[in-house]
Design a protein around this ligand. Structure first.
Ligand SMILES: [Cu+2]
Length: 307
């Protein structure tokens, strides 16, 4: 290797290690969980389920690497040892009982090692423990709608805030830009966020109003299908106050990529005051909406069947 080449290699190595260290630092200090540039692996876990998923993934990774390296080593050895030059007269063996026992039993043992943590994790994530509160998420083309049945039926729609949307007025763009500032994340930020208290078991009921969607938040280890006419259930217990992002994860049409999920995990006191604000805000527009709806429809006099 020439001196110049060595210098270049050193430079490349320095850049890579700087990026790696920066990533490590970013991962350890960030409270907002979303995908990051040059990210390797999963987002930081915010729930016990996601922590288990990450360690199960790491276990599988080790097993897969060992198997791959073992098979590759055998293949390379066979290509070298039994090539036509080295082994002109091939063996005519067609059966070897001991060998066949080994290559049946060893994979079974590996599968048993995998299945134990796998089933534990499956039941842990699937069975909803005694929940402290419930939220209901309904997927529509193309936004999410939320209800809080335990908190005075708070309900709202969460639409993506897309500052590149040509249809958004300059005034609105300015408003959102001021609200989000530097933290704005396109295709992840929403106009109304899901707000939940920290260290609280939240049952999430998920359904859809039109086509298939899926409610997914990677940091919580959740991805549940939203199916019209069916109520699916999942749960999470976020352990850290912060902002967590997700996206609809089932191809649902042209604007599938434009129905993000943003969950703000706040302290219990902050959650109570959010509930109060939301209830006050929700009540008036609901009455107004109902009045407008009744005015427009006017069932008794305008309907064809009412004559
Ligand atoms: Cu969708």
């Amino acid at each position: 290797m020439s001196f110049r080449c060595a210098l270049r290699m050193q430079k490349i190595f320095k850049v890579f290690s700087a990026v790696f260290l920066a990533n490590l630092f970013w991962a350890s200090c960030a409270f907002a969980s979303s995908a990051k540039d040059w990210q390797m692996g999963f987002q930081d876990a915010a729930t016990a389920v996601m922590r288990d998923i990450t360690s199960f993934h790491n276990l599988l990774l080790i097993i897969i690497i060992l198997i791959t390296v073992f098979v590759l080593a055998i293949l390379v050895y066979i290509m070298w040892r039994f090539s036509a030059a080295r082994n002109p007269v091939p063996s005519t063996t067609t059966h070897h009982t001991a060998l066949e026992m080994i290559w049946t039993v060893v994979p079974v043992i590996i599968l048993v090692v995998i299945v134990v943590p796998s089933f534990k994790l499956l039941y842990f994530s699937d069975v909803v423990p005694k929940a402290d509160m419930t939220i209901k998420a309904t997927g529509y083309q193309w936004y999410w709608s939320y209800e809080y049945p335990d908190h005075g039926n708070i309900s709202f729609d969460a639409n993506a805030v897309d500052l590149r949307d040509p249809e958004m007025s300059a005034e609105d763009k300015k408003k959102w830009r001021t609200k989000f500032g530097e933290d704005y994340k396109r295709l992840l930020d929403t106009d109304n966020n899901v707000v939940v208290p920290v260290n609280t078991t939240v049952r999430v009921q998920i359904t859809a109003g039109d086509v298939l969607h899926a409610w997914a938040v990677p940091a919580f280890g959740i991805k549940t299908d939203a199916v019209p006419g069916r109520l699916n259930e999942t749960w999470f217990k976020a352990e850290k106050v912060g902002t967590y992002y997700g996206q609809c994860s089932e191809l649902c049409g042209a604007r599938h990529g434009f129905m993000p999920i943003r969950v703000d995990v706040v302290t219990k006191a902050d959650f109570e005051s959010w509930v109060k604000r939301q209830t006050a805000r929700n009540n008036l527009p609901m009455k107004k909406q109902f009045a407008t709806f009744m005015n427009k429809t006017n069932f008794a006099t305008k309907g064809e069947d009412a004559k």
